[in-house]
Design a binder for this molecule. Structure first.
Ligand code: ADP
Ligand code: CDP
Length: 209
């Protein structure tokens, strides 16, 4: 499941994994965990060479239960801190560094290779696992995506969210290594007019086809 922020990847992937009794992997949480660690370590994020040199440092463990996904860095639970604004504002810069991607993609492939799973991110169908049995590219209008995100975050306006998302979309879709794009063979689903249940139903239908 690939797509931009707020298109519904996490909620839909978890719902589909639950319905099918599968594991679930949030690859965005791994990039967020790496970014959180870099900020803690005061690595200069404007210097890709410094980020590349340090990205082997943290141990990142992800739990794949759709009812309670977990994320730890060096044994510390970082599920809360990785959603904070500072990480959200920096993650696309860290994720653009090829060495970061190489390390996290290797980890992701190890987890995926262990058995059937629903995986969400930006490059799953294009780079991480192009042989996936079902590939879905979720989209939604920029307004709908911003409305959904600001409803989750106290004190954020739809306008500010839309601006921040547009900035991240640009970074994610213009980076040199595995930019966000629709994979060959992916089915595009515009979730703007659909409820969460309708999107999950549509994906389950694609799986059963
Ligand atoms: P992503 O993982 O792509 O960033 P999320 O799954 O986190 O997106 O969804 C963001 C928010 O929007 C969540 O609060 C979720 O419940 C809500 N949401 C997702 N899909 C829909 C939908 N089709 N209709 C209404 N709300 C949705
Ligand atoms: O939750 P949200 O959709 O806002 O973002 P996320 O899925 O947590 O991903 C955060 C960031 O990680 C993205 O904006 C990308 O910069 C990066 N990412 C990536 O490069 N590749 C992935 N497979 C997943 C996330």
């Amino acid at each position: 499941m690939d797509g931009p922020s707020g298109s519904g990847k996490s909620s839909v992937s978890r719902g589909v994994a639950r319905a099918l009794g599968l594991r679930y992997l949030d690859t965005g949480a791994m990039y967020r965990a790496m970014t959180w660690w870099m900020l803690q370590q005061e690595v200069d994020l404007a210097d890709p060479a410094a980020v590349a040199a340090r990205c082997g440092g943290p141990r990142i463990d992800v739990g794949t239960d759709p009812d309670g996904p977990t994320i730890h860095v060096d044994g510390l639970d970082v599920a809360g801190p990785i959603r904070e604004a500072e990480v959200t504002g920096s993650v696309s810069v860290v994720a653009a560094v090829p060495e970061v991607r190489a390390r996290l993609v290797a980890l992701q492939r190890e987890i995926i290779g262990a058995g059937d799973i629903v995986v969400e991110g930006r490059d799953i169908g294009t780079a991480v696992w192009p042989e996936a049995a079902v590939k879905v590219y979720l989209t939604a209008s920029p307004e709908a995506r911003a409305r959904r995100r600001s409803a989750e975050l106290a004190g954020s306006t739809v306008e500010a969210q839309q601006e921040a998302m547009a900035r991240r979309d640009t970074l994610d879709s213009t980076r040199k290594t595995d930019p966000l794009s629709m994979a060959d063979g992916a089915v595009e689903l515009d979730t703007t007019p659909l409820s969460l249940e309708e999107v999950i139903g549509e994906v389950l239908r694609l799986v059963k086809e």
